[in-house]
Design a protein around this ligand. Structure first.
Ligand code: MN
Ligand code: MN
Length: 285
């Protein structure tokens, strides 16, 4: 079965508070491409779930969600980013909360920038196995491996969680710039609630949440562009979503490469998107 819209995204654009959009682009993927197929894989998977979330005690029937479909992308990443930027700014300026389904991680940039344009004090929280702090990768400035470096040019109010991979230079950069980074080992040894308590006050205010699916352990999420063992659990990610939900003004979920499992990673991705909507909508009721 192929569904063109995300489940329960039954609203038109005008009424909607949440605008889901796909960004089917993976041209800078360095290891296993295929994340351009993830938006539709998550849309298909979204029909697995009840509209009612027992965990958040909230029914997605009660709110207006719009699926804008897949946004147009180009062959090059630079052109794709400028095309996405037009949509991202429109969504945010119209008062919507954008929910971008990637695609690769570089695509977050225009959405973060659009939120920063509207909310100057914007904070940024990213869940990722990787630092993504290179200035360029394989000669490409806008590679998926550089997204956090570029976001830091937009806002210093930055927190990363789940990190367990980077170059020695990237680890030095984090130390030298006092970047708030919580490794997956921090989460494992302290517990996610303790980790959250260490940045909750710092990040208060409008925040953009970017979930690179490879933050999660490949045992739970094997269909990834760059899988990295010793990762977070789905419950860790839900706890972050739940805690930040009241402040989130933009959200994305990127880097699922659906070809590498039998659908389970897209199911988890779709669930996290639905959990974000339920948590945010409940908090703003
Ligand atoms: Mn990653
Ligand atoms: Mn990433």
């Amino acid at each position: 079965m192929h569904n063109k819209i995300f489940a329960d995204a039954n609203s038109n654009y005008e009424k909607a508070r949440y605008v889901i959009c796909g960004a089917p682009f993976d041209a800078t993927s360095s290891f296993r491409p295929g994340s351009k197929l993830a938006p539709d894989a998550m849309r298909d998977a979204s029909y697995n779930f009840e509209t009612y979330s027992s965990f958040f005690d909230f029914d997605l029937d009660e709110i207006d969600i719009h699926d804008a479909g897949d946004l147009e992308v180009a062959e090059t990443v630079d052109e794709t980013l400028s095309m996405l930027s037009i949509h991202a700014n429109k969504f945010v300026q119209d008062g919507k909360i954008p929910i971008m389904l990637g695609g690769e991680h570089s695509l977050s940039y225009p959405f973060v920038e659009a939120c920063k344009n509207k909310y100057p004090g914007l904070g940024f929280v990213v869940l990722d196995a990787h630092m993504d702090l290179r200035e360029e990768f394989h000669g490409e400035k806008n590679s998926h491996a550089c997204i956090s470096r570029h976001v830091l040019d937009l806002t210093n109010k930055y927190v990363s969680i789940g990190i367990r991979s980077g170059t020695r230079d990237e680890y030095d950069y984090v130390r030298e710039n006092n970047i708030r980074m919580f490794s997956s080992e921090d989460v494992f040894s302290l517990g996610i609630e303790k980790v959250i308590s260490q940045f909750r006050d710092y990040i208060k205010g409008p925040v953009y949440l970017s979930i690179d699916m490879d933050a999660i352990d490949p045992a739970y999420a094997p269909a990834l562009g760059t899988p990295e063992p010793y990762g977070l659990t789905p419950r860790d990610v839900r706890a972050v979503i739940s805690c930040l939900a009241p402040y989130i003004v933009g959200f994305d979920l990127v880097e699922i490469a659906p070809a590498y499992d039998s659908g389970g990673t897209a199911v988890l991705g779709a669930k996290l998107v639905r959990d974000f909507i339920a948590a945010n909508a409940k908090a703003s009721k």
